[in-house]
Design a protein around this ligand. Structure first.
Ligand SMILES: *Cc1c(COP(=O)(O)O)cnc(C)c1O
Length: 462
């Protein structure tokens, strides 16, 4: 029997002089259902389990679900029965995970074949099923999400048809693209959309007010937040999978991970600490360069407001998961971006390479990768690829390298057409998108009206 892993808060070293007590360690179930620790830190595993290299190499040629089971069981083996975990994984990962050889030993890992064609599907689908399993029996979970587009559809699709959970997605009526709106409104079933007559910030405010409203406490509201550890764990799996498929015993690997809130890169950092032979984690950002500057200078300054770049899912001026990364290297940074303890910079620089990639470089990379290799990248993946090139120029030696493509090029048709003169084919999961139907519920920015809607609509029990 495995030992149960407990989760502590990344704010554990902050003075408890303020009114918030330091959080105690909690089991996975609580970290998953609560999301954020009561002291506003992020939950982290007290112990990082080790995988044996022979178990990893044994995954060569095996399906993705086997890699998923090896990694997930190491964390959750004592929290839920193996049959349940196996079923969660089988229904989460029922799409392909292509590894595309580009040149020599350089590969692109395409994480874009899930239902909403972004890598966020990997985490959201497993988290949704784990929440369904761990929720209080008999009590429905009501997930509220405010979205500016992509996260909402990944979360919505992930919870579609999941027992005991209803999802309400709020999006700004005039700020999502036609295709995004279609993706959101047509999920259907237990997932409903509210088209809000306002901006993204208004949607977020409505959701925040609902969470803080004592009158709604009985409705079992949950945020399925992006800082949930339940979303980090699934993001360790594809690193183990990719290494196992490509490596020979003794090989080391470099991963390049286009980074915004650092959840994806953190998955790689944990995988390395579990024993995966990652010689370098490359973390390219767009023009929101607070992290590469920190690695260079040792001084952290968040960027506020964040810069609007082509790779829009990475427009983050203070990554929420930086708190976890710092903690892993013996540092502490809080939600506002204030550094209480500086992490071990020397070790960080040895393990991590980071560089900012401008929009101009991103466009050039999309063009050049296509001309040189016939490789089709979208803006996020292009930042990843360019970051890897920067790293290889500096490292001077080439080894096994994998760059992550985090969204499907067909999600950026205008950009790809203007740069490459082709229109990328929609992935299988999105081919019928224009034929789907569904309508949102209209909503104003008036909290009282939203509140009444929740009280009359939401079910608190099964
Ligand atoms: C969210 C997202 C990213 C950034 O991932 P983080 O985990 O926030 O660093 C990169 N690419 C795409 C397409 C995304 O949706």
């Amino acid at each position: 029997m495995r030992e149960k892993i407990l989760y502590y808060s990344s704010n554990r070293y902050l003075s408890s002089a303020e009114d918030k007590k330091p959080a105690h360690s909690v089991p996975f179930r609580e970290a998953l259902l609560v999301g954020q620790a009561p002291d506003e830190g992020l939950y982290m595993p007290e112990k990082i389990p080790r995988l044996s290299l022979s178990d990893i190499h044994a995954l060569k040629g095996r399906p993705y679900t086997e890699a998923a089971l090896l990694v997930a069981e190491a964390y959750l083996g004592a929290d839920l029965p193996l049959e349940t975990l196996t079923a969660v994984i089988a229904s989460s990962y029922n799409y392909e995970v292509p590894l595309e050889r580009v040149v020599d030993r350089l590969y692109v890992l395409r994480l874009d074949r899930g239902p909403t064609a972004s890598f966020k599907d990997f985490a959201a689908r497993m988290m949704a099923r784990l929440m369904s399993y761990f929720r209080d029996p008999g009590k429905r979970l009501n997930v509220l999400v405010a979205t500016s587009g992509d996260t909402g559809s990944a979360v919505g699709e992930a919870f579609k048809g999941v027992a005991g959970i209803d999802v309400y997605i709020l999006y700004p009526r005039d700020e999502v693209s036609g295709r995004q709106k279609k993706q959101l409104d047509t999920i259907g079933g237990n997932v409903r959309t509210l088209s809000v007559e306002g901006k993204f910030d208004d949607c977020q405010d409505l959701v925040k007010q609902a969470f803080a409203d004592p009158d709604l406490a009985g409705l079992n509201l949950n945020s399925a937040n992006s800082i949930n550890f339940g979303r980090i764990l699934p993001q360790m799996i594809y690193y183990v999978y990719a290494y196992a498929q490509l490596a020979e015993p003794g090989d080391e690997i470099v991963f390049s991970v286009p980074s915004g809130n650092f959840g994806d890169a953190l998955g790689c950092e944990y995988a390395r600490r579990m024993g995966l032979p990652v010689s370098r984690l490359v973390m390219p950002t767009n023009e929101n360069n607070e992290f590469p500057r920190f690695l260079e200078t040792g001084i952290y300054e968040k960027i506020s407001p964040s810069r609007a770049c082509l790779s829009n899912a990475m427009n983050v001026g203070h990554p929420s998961n930086l708190a976890r990364l710092f903690e892993l290297y013996g540092g502490t940074v809080d939600r506002t971006g204030f550094v209480h303890r500086v992490p071990d910079l020397e070790t960080m620089r040895k393990n991590i390479f980071s560089v900012a990639v401008s929009d101009e470089e991103t466009r050039q990379t999309i063009r050049r990768a296509y001309e040189q290799y016939g490789l089709i990248l979208e803006p996020h993946g292009a930042v990843g690829w360019r970051g890897l090139e920067h790293y290889l120029e500096q490292a001077g030696k080439s080894s096994l390298c994998v760059s992550l493509e985090t969204a499907h090029p067909a999600k950026f048709p205008e950009e790809i057409e203007s740069l490459l003169g082709i229109s990328p084919e929609l992935p299988a999961s999105m081919q019928d998108i224009d034929r789907r139907s569904g309508e949102p519920l209209p909503m104003t920015v008036d909290y009282e009206i939203f509140r009444q809607f929740l009280i009359t609509t939401l079910k608190a029990t099964d």
